[in-house]
Write a protein that binds this ligand. Sequence first.
Ligand SMILES: [Zn+2]
Ligand SMILES: [Zn+2]
Length: 292
Amino acid sequence: MELTFWGVRGSIPTAGAHTARWGGNSSCVEVRSGALPPMLFDCGTGARPAGADLVRRPGRALHVWFSHFHMDHLFGFPFFLPIYTPGYQVTVHVPAYTNDQARSKLARYLDGILHPVRLADLPSSVAIEATRARRRAEVDGWTVESAVLQHPGGSLGYRVSDGTHSAAYVTDTGPFARPDEGLSVGQPATRAEARIVEFLRGCNAVVYDTMFERREYLDKMTWGHSYPEYAMALCREAGVGTLVLFHHHPDATDDDIDALAARYAGQQGPRIVVAREGATLAVGEGAMIAEG
Ligand SMILES: [Zn+2]
Ligand SMILES: [Zn+2]
């Protein structure tokens, strides 16, 4: 199983010389394994290079899973080449109660006004399905589970397995405990933490929202984002192999992210890597096998 990071930035894309090395595109992560159809998590602006890469490969089916519909996770969908490629089968999973509601969420954006092409006029085969937090679903050879996160308006985290390895995509989310309780201060897990620890239990790799430093989190506790020490505490408790720091702050420069990576280099239990746009992680080894 491999993860490719097509977009690693949070809140808004950040093009420019100061983000060229770590990447300025917003959230989009691809998971693939052998001949299974690829899974794409969120369609921030990273979906544009992801789509260009996907249509060059032989497969003609894929699944897109949205964590939520904040714009940094949606911007790239109207520019995602597979939806303009006849013969492509794209199944889009949208957090919603019904398939009609899921479809209307996407149709609101691809409506001929906010974007020139309407959802109904796409030349590919796009199936839109509502998804809710549930224990387990079998999807084209993958096992997929989802969990409710802590984010204004809601967000879903996903866990996928190919039968050998498992990876989780957990963004956007704030901590599951107040700052003075729970795992990050060495106390027993809160009930909400226990639930998310079980969800992540034994995962080979977890991609986790660490947009803030702890100090900034304490100023913005209602914004629904976490910080590295919190993600580490959860992943340690859950026996996670590799924690991937993700959804980088839009103000973070390449030098800031270099410093973040240096701070956790060599850390074990969990091993820590920092998501870099264009990089690919070998989930079993927990190491980047290609840099962007
Ligand atoms: Zn976001
Ligand atoms: Zn969000």
